[in-house]
Ligand binder design. Sequence first.
Ligand SMILES: *Cc1c(COP(=O)(O)O)cnc(C)c1O
Length: 367
Amino acid sequence: MLLLTPGPTPVPEAIRVAMSEPTIHHRTPEFEEIFAKTRELLKKFFDMPEVLMLASSGTGAMEASVLNLCQKKALVINAGKFGERFGKICDAYQIPYQELKYDWDTPSSVDDVEKALKNDSDIDTICVQVCESAGGLRHPVEAIAKLAKAHNPEISIIADGITAVGVEKIDTTNIDALVSGSQKAFMLPPGLAMIGLSAHAMTKIQAASRGFYFNLATELKNQQKNTTAWTAPTTLVIGLKAILESIDEDGIKQLYADTAARAKATREALKTLGLKIYPKVPANSMSAVLDDDAATIRKILKQKYHVNIAGGQEHIKTTLFRINHMGIFEGYEIPWTLNAIELALDELGRRPYDGSANRVFCETLYK
Ligand SMILES: *Cc1c(COP(=O)(O)O)cnc(C)c1O
C-alpha cells in the first residue's frame, strides 16, 4: 500500500536501518556526541540560533511553546483544526486569548492581525500555523511576524511548522518558536518534536520558569549541555541525525525545489480532471481537493489501487481528500495516484478515462 497521507510519511530505508541498532543509554558520552551533532545540524536546518528536541508528538511542542512564551494574552489564528488547537491549549492553562477565525480554505490576513494588535495591547504572543493542514493552506506567517515585531518587538511569534519545516524555506527572521514534528516532512516515525528558538524566545524562557515536563528553561539548560531533562527518545534522535546527514545544503535546496515542483504538477493534473483545489493559497506540503465524492474516491484508491490518501476533518470529513507531498518520493508514486484518481472518476461515471492526469503531471514536471 502506498502511504500518501500528509503525516505520517514513509521512513526511507537507510533511516530505518540507522534506527535498528541496539538501544543505547541516554546518559553516556556516546549518546551525548550524537545529540550534539544532531543539535548542530538541526540549528542549520531550522536556520535559528537554538533548537530543542522533546519526546512528544508535535502537539507537545505547541503546548510547550504557548506555556513558556505567553505571559499575558495570545492572538490565535484559527483557519482549521490545528489553529483551533492553539486556543484549546490556552484554555487548558487558562491563558486569555483572542481568536481570529477563518473558513478552512482562507488564509489569515496581515490587516486583521494589525487591527487586533492595535485594539488590544495585552497581546504578547501570536500563534499561527505556517501550513494549516486541515485544508492544506499557507498562512502569510512571515508577513504577520514582521508586522507584529514592527508593532511591538516584545511580542513572541509561535509558528507551527509541522507541515512546513522541511517542505520549503521559511524566513525565520521574526519567528520566535518554530514548531515541528518527526512524522511529517522529517520522514521519521512519530514521537519526536522539535522547536527552533530565537534569541528573544530564549530570554523569555529563561526569565520565567513554567510547567514541569514541558519546562523549556529546564530543557534549554540541559540541551545546551548536550543532554535532555528526561529520558531522550534515543532511537528517533539517531534517525533524525541520519536524515539530516543525508541532506547537505544543496540537498535541502533540492528537496524544497522537488517538493514545490511535485505540488505544482499535482495541482495542474487535478485541475485537468475538473477537480477543485480547496485552499485559496495552497501550501506545498499537500494537495487538498474539495469534492462530494471524496470519500468514495479514497475508498476506490485504497481497495483497487492500494493507495492511502487522507480525507478531511469535521465539516469536510467526507468531502475533502489530501495527497501528501512531504518527504522524498519515488518518481512513480504521484503519477500512479493521479492515474488511480482518474480511473476512479471514470468508475463513478463522471469523466471517461483518457490518461490526462498522468500526461499533465509529467508534462508540468519534466517538459
Ligand atoms: C500534524 C499536525 C500537528 C499535530 O501533530 P501531532 O504530532 O499529531 O501532535 C500540529 N499542527 C499541524 C499543522 C499538523 O499538521
